[in-house]
Design a protein. Structure first.
Length: 499
């Protein structure tokens, strides 16, 4: 037997790089922060604070506009040092096109500007006057402050802002945005930890920390238990690793007997491909193969703070996919939790095998209003939609429309792929009920979706999200730092749950 890998012990939740975000109603004269930010549109008009600035500052800004330094592009930052104050004018973009997305990004830019100047206190003018999107400001502020420096031994770059105040904002919306932002940062941390820290045990510990509130209960099944229960998918994939696998179930109950909404997330903490081993190039990125599970944990984190009157169940099958001597092999046949048999043609198509048990469990033990699943499921997804949009597939038009509405509102782009019968036939096996691959080189993401459909109970509305392209690797922005898990999906799900 191998010794257990060393686990770093730490409190996983409630870390942040921004202490307090407050809604305040004061005039510019009463502000004494280290940095005062207000916004400018492309037409050079400004957010409300622009009407309060004195002649000195106004002249300086006018000169900067004249020489062309201020264009009002979203994300642009110009500093001014006038009357013993430090100001930053933040570009917001076209006034007519301003939406919660541009507000979120601009707020992120303001916070990144504050971090670049190491200012402890920041005042932000409300960037969304009239738009009703102070939530986006709360999200943008917290996401803009995100840094992941756990493995730098001298944390000299780590900087914490003590206080951000947002002038004239809607407190309720702002607070909600802050809670969502913090939930996403928590999820990103989980995603960014390497495989030797973020193990299935680590995910279970994170779930335990979140579920300490009264409305939540946690159940974690270990290898012996879920094998005994008949979860042949997770058990099969987990055969190749000595790292203890977990099947994690969190129930959030705050609406009596209402049907729960169930979210299932792929928690594959490292994917070597197994016996059908991957190439070495970029294999390190397979530490992110648990990014479906962080959607579930991030959403639950937000629920534990926001406490909406709904019922939600989060399910995370979690294991490594490695090449130990007991590893499952191409040709093996596994029996999933719903009794269907699966011919394994490629051990690297493991995500769908563990999700098969997750979806079967959701369908058997609950009477879900709907099921959503999140998974970094196929490399083909990156080919199809790049790092721009998440591929979605499902069986229920009305649920799919809700997904698209929430996508529109939250700026987390999705694009639907069809689960036509022609595709669904491609995963039928000669020897078992189904096989874990479609036709070689064809519609790989859809084949995976078609496979998952076999494990969702008849008549349960369901949508599958393939986040292989969007969970990490997208172009960095003010709210999405370079080389980090994005936490994509959390904002979208929270919006759906609310409606
Ligand atoms: N985790 C991978 C999918 C993946 C690959 C996500 C690259 C993001 C970037 C998944 O387990 C996998 O390996 N899928 C195979 C399926 C194939 C063997 C049918 C793939 O996409 O190659
Ligand atoms: Zn794989
Ligand atoms: Zn995988």
């Amino acid at each position: 037997h191998y010794p257990l890998r060393r686990q770093r012990q730490m409190c996983i939740r409630d870390r942040s790089y921004i202490d307090e975000v407050k809604s305040v109603k004061i005039s510019l004269k009463e502000v004494n922060s280290d940095l005062i930010c207000f916004g400018v549109y492309k037409d050079k008009s400004m957010t409300p604070l622009g009407n309060e600035i004195d002649e000195n500052l106004k002249q300086t800004i006018d000169s900067a506009i004249e020489v062309g330094d201020i264009k009002g592009k979203n994300g642009e930052v110009n500093f001014f040092y006038v009357n013993d104050h430090r100001y930053a004018l933040i570009g917001l973009g076209e006034k007519e096109n301003i939406d919660s997305n541009s507000v979120r990004l601009a707020t992120g830019s303001a916070i990144r500007a504050a971090i670049s100047k190491k200012t402890k206190t920041v005042t932000l003018d409300c960037f969304c006057s009239g738009l009703d999107s102070c939530q986006a400001m709360g999200e943008g502020a917290v996401l803009g402050s995100y840094q992941f420096l756990d493995y730098k031994t001298n944390n000299k770059n780590h900087f914490e802002i003590k206080k951000v105040e947002v002038l004239g904002s809607n407190k309720e919306q702002l607070d909600k945005g802050v809670a969502i932002g913090r939930a996403i940062c928590f999820a990103r941390d989980l995603g960014n930890h390497p495989g030797n820290t973020a193990t299935p045990t680590f995910l279970a510990k994170a779930a335990e920390e979140i579920s300490s509130v009264e409305e939540m209960t946690l159940k974690v099944y270990d290898r012996d238990e879920f094998t005994e229960m008949g979860m042949g998918g997770v058990a099969g994939v987990a055969q190749g690793t000595d790292e203890p696998p977990k099947f994690i179930v969190v129930e959030y109950n705050n609406a009596g007997n209402d049907k729960p909404k169930v979210i299932v997330g792929k928690g594959l903490t490292f994917d070597s491909g197994g016996i059908s081993i991957k190439g070495a190039s970029k294999m390190d990125e397979m530490k992110y193969d648990m990014c479906g599970s962080i959607v579930v944990l991030g959403v639950l984190h937000a629920l534990s703070i926001l406490k909406p009157k709904i019922n939600v169940v989060g399910i995370i099958p979690s294991t490594e996919n490695l090449n130990g001597s007991k590893a499952y092999k191409p040709g093996d046949i596994l029996t999933a939790y719903n009794g269907k048999t699966i011919e394994v043609l490629n051990t690297d198509a493991e995500g769908r095998l563990i999700l098969a048990d997750g979806l079967s469990y959701a369908s058997k033990h609950y009477d879900p209003e709907y099921i959503l699943d999140f998974a970094t499921l196929t490399g083909a997804m990156v080919v199809t939609l790049g790092h721009i949009a998440t591929g979605v597939m499902g069986t229920d038009d009305s649920l799919m429309n809700k997904v698209k509405d929430s996508s529109e509102k939250t700026g987390e782009k999705v694009w639907e792929l069809p689960l036509w019968p022609e595709f669904c036939k491609q995963i039928k096996s000669n020897i078992a009920d189904v096989k874990n691959m479609g036709s070689a080189g064809q519609a790989g993401s859809i084949a995976a979706g078609a496979f998952l459909k076999e494990f969702v109970g008849e008549s349960i509305p369901w949508v599958h999200f393939d986040i292989a392209g969007t969970a990490w690797g997208s172009k960095p922005t003010s709210i999405d730092p370079k080389g980090s898990a994005t936490g994509v999906g959390i904002r979208l799900v929270l919006d759906m749950l609310e409606n």
